[in-house]
Design a binder for this molecule. Structure first.
Ligand SMILES: [Zn+2]
Length: 172
């Protein structure tokens, strides 16, 4: 059953607090991009790729707070999640972190965040769209399109289906 807009609205303060805390962690502890990652981020349309930090983790973190965790698990996160972008902070799961199409997908989410004045503003839009349209939210379609272009350019269309980058919250 889909979440209602009222349910999502009531969760937004804790979702924003969680996203900000996660973003802070990634910006503090994450690595700068390599030369080839910088080039890929520029190709994705990121205006300030030097701001991006990547933190490689065994598993993408989930909210601890009960209601938010339930919403993330049941409605907002895809079943399999290898990446999560929060503004200029990107979590990548260790098993997939080296995959260029995954990096491309998440860089495109950074570009999308750059269209909004604040993390909150981007998050509100992306979460609202995920609530309504799931994996077919416009920002996910756009990120998958860029990811597909990179796969095609690499000549690798055979990335295992299990490697499905998450949304923003997938993460964006
Ligand atoms: Zn995504």
């Amino acid at each position: 059953m889909q979440m209602t807009t009222a349910e999502l609205r009531s969760l937004m303060p804790s979702a924003i607090a969680w996203a900000k805390a996660q973003q802070r962690l990634v910006l503090q502890h994450g690595a700068c991009l390599t030369e080839s990652q910088l080039a890929l981020a520029q190709l994705a349309g990121v205006r300030r790729p030097g701001m991006i930090r990547i933190l490689v983790v065994p598993a993408i973190p989930m909210p601890e707070e009960k209601a938010l965790r339930r919403a993330a698990t049941n409605h907002l996160f895809p079943k399999v999640i290898h990446g999560l972008t929060l503004g200029y902070g990107i979590y990548l799961q260790r098993c997939a972190a080296h995959l260029r199409p995954l990096q491309a997908h998440e860089f495109r989410h950074v570009h999308q965040y750059e269209q909004y004045p604040t993390l909150e503003a981007g998050l509100a839009r992306f979460l609202g769209d995920v609530r309504a349209r799931g994996a077919n939210a416009p920002h996910e379609i756009d990120a998958r399109k860029f990811e597909g272009e990179i796969r095609a350019a690499m000549g690798t269309t055979d990335i295992p289906a299990v490697v499905r980058p998450g949304v923003w919250f997938s993460p964006v």
